[in-house]
Design a protein around this ligand. Structure first.
Ligand code: GLV
Length: 306
């Protein structure tokens, strides 16, 4: 099948109606020769559908499509997709790597690290108490930051922090033992993929290995963190502050202690939203290459889990 004529492509995900419309418009603009089908219409044309473009799709969405040859994720993290046993194991999956999303992640990481380093979260609380209390100002090179993850985003965040002068190191799961790097890490920025090995990595042992007063920035997945362990480490004063963008349950339930915690900053999984316009351009480039028989970039390795 080639891109000329109307090629049927399944577009499915865990979308709100408005979001679905935004994706349809952006993708239709980027790939005008495609018929964008939903799960129901794709099954009616099952013999023709070779490509699916998905955003965290509900379990079983890709079932009943025997001709499927490629899945393109609109999400950077594919943990939900890999957890779906109905997604055939041989199917190549392309992860979203979008420069606009990487830039947004860099901005959030910079903001969080700067705010932890310079005490801006503390000043925010002091303002509410009309407290005028300047505190010591460290230079960036006196603050050691550990970036967990050396993927596209981990690299970009590390480079941006280094450019600000931070003493930054990074870690990958198959690199140096964590025990060697944690005792120096005053701020930890998590950008790991969620896999069987990284689930629950940020637990009591992890926090205990950090120096007293360390800060945590979780921009990856909620399941990397054992919430009770984090709350205990904050409660005991061992950790100073946590900036959390992702949670074990999303949306974060209204009664969750993170919401009211004075030393937790909550973001609504918004550190780096996918920008439909730039992501659609990425999808168009990759699908055109696929239809020309060219190799796909950023393919997920099922064994590694990302
Ligand atoms: C967002 O969390 C993503 O994985 O794209």
């Amino acid at each position: 099948m080639n891109a000329a004529g109307n090629t049927p492509v399944l577009l499915c995900g865990n979308f709100e109606a408005q979001e679905h419309q935004a994706w349809l418009s952006a993708l239709s603009l980027a790939l005008p020769d495609v018929d964008w089908l939903d799960v129901t219409t794709a099954r009616l044309r099952a013999g023709e559908v070779q490509v699916a473009v998905v955003a965290n799709p509900p379990l079983g969405s890709l079932q009943g499509l025997p001709e499927l040859r490629l899945v393109h994720s609109l999400w950077a993290g594919v943990d939900r997709l890999l957890a779906d046993p109905s997604v055939p194991a041989h199917l190549p999956i392309v992860r979203m790597v979008d420069p606009a999303m990487t830039a947004a992640m860099v901005q959030t990481a910079l903001w969080a690290v700067l705010a932890l380093h310079r005490g801006y979260f503390v000043y925010g609380q002091h303002q509410r108490q009309a407290r005028w209390l300047p505190h010591a100002q460290l230079r960036a090179d006196e603050v050691s930051v550990l970036v967990l993850g050396e993927g596209v985003m981990g690299h970009a965040v590390r480079a941006a922090l280094a450019a600000q002068g931070y003493a930054v190191t990074s870690w990958r799961r198959d690199g140096a033992p964590l025990a060697r790097v944690l005792p120096q890490a005053q701020v930890v920025v998590n950008l790991l993929p969620l896999t069987a090995e990284t689930r629950g990595l940020l637990n009591a042992d992890f926090f205990a290995a950090l120096p007293r007063g360390a800060g945590i920035v979780n921009l990856a997945r909620g399941a990397h963190v054992v919430d009770d362990d984090l709350l205990n480490a904050l409660q005991s004063g061992h950790l100073a502050h946590a900036v959390l963008d992702v949670f074990n349950t999303e949306p974060l339930p209204p009664a969750h202690p993170y919401w009211q915690h004075p030393r937790v900053t909550v973001l609504p999984h918004a550190a780096a939203l996918t920008d439909e316009r730039s992501a659609a351009t990425v999808v168009a480039k990759n699908l055109r290459a696929f239809w020309r028989g060219q190799p796909m970039p950023h393919l997920v390795d099922r064994v590694r889990g990302y």
